[in-house]
Design a protein around this ligand. Structure first.
Ligand code: AMP
Length: 216
């Protein structure tokens, strides 16, 4: 069993790489962003209270996000390992995660850090599309990730949608938040000797090969 954390800016491909890992190795993909979007979509009281902040690209409180994550880790089968995508996002969350994992008798094997600059992130984010039915991710500007037919899911024929927070104005806020928080997180995991750096300048397949070489 391997437990993995992805640390990367928005749009770096964490979600796509996690989906591939989930399918290939039957690991549990835990995306805090997806869990929150689900709450918003279902219009739960939590969803209604966080909708505005999410659309503005602001972080949701540590309390909310940490309890959602803990619930997930306690209620799902993680026998084949889990992939954390979108958490931790600050040094405070890094320490909260450490405490939570100790409590649950779990640990992290690898922290995979994908470094990317703003211009590349922007291209990825503004081309990003998702299938509202099966949640498969696409990118209209990427040769290996664009749908076969414009705007239509290859698997379910559904019309693809963009995320409401995937616009340039919100991206700037999310990217700045990432830059302001990332250094201590990297230093923390470097000290524990579990940080691995990979790049995502090529195709998603090239990046996935790098991920596999880390976890194998
Ligand atoms: P993502 O899908 O990871 O880009 O996350 C989308 C949005 O969900 C973020 O812009 C935040 O509003 C919220 N979010 C996701 N993960 C976290 C987290 N670990 N801490 C606080 N807010 C989060």
């Amino acid at each position: 069993m391997k437990n993995i954390v992805f640390i990367a800016p928005p749009g770096a491909g964490k979600g796509t790489l996690s989906e591939i890992l989930e399918k290939k190795y039957n690991m549990l993909h835990i995306s805090t962003g997806d869990m929150l979007r689900e709450e918003v979509q279902k219009q739960t009281s939590l969803g209604t209270s966080i909708k505005e902040s999410m659309e503005a690209g602001l972080l949701i409180s540590d309390e909310i996000i940490t309890s959602i994550l803990k619930n997930k880790l306690q209620s799902e089968d993680i026998g084949n390992g889990f992939i954390l995508d979108g958490y931790p996002r600050s040094i405070k969350q890094t320490k909260l995660l450490d405490n939570m994992l100790k409590e649950l008798n779990l640990s992290i094997d690898h922290v995979i850090y994908i470094d990317m600059d703003y211009e590349l992130v922007k291209k990825r984010i503004l081309g990003r599309l998702t299938c509202p039915k099966c949640n498969r991710g696409y990118n209209k500007y990427s040769i290996d990730m664009k749908p076969k037919q414009d705007n239509i899911c290859d698997d379910c024929n559904e019309t693809l949608i963009g995320r409401s927070d995937d616009n340039e104005e919100t991206l700037k806020i999310r990217f700045n938040e990432y830059i302001n928080n990332i250094s201590p997180i990297i230093a923390y995991y470097e000290k524990l000797n579990i940080l691995k750096r990979i790049d995502n300048k090529g195709s998603i397949n090239d990046t996935f090969k790098q991920v596999e070489s880390v976890i194998k």
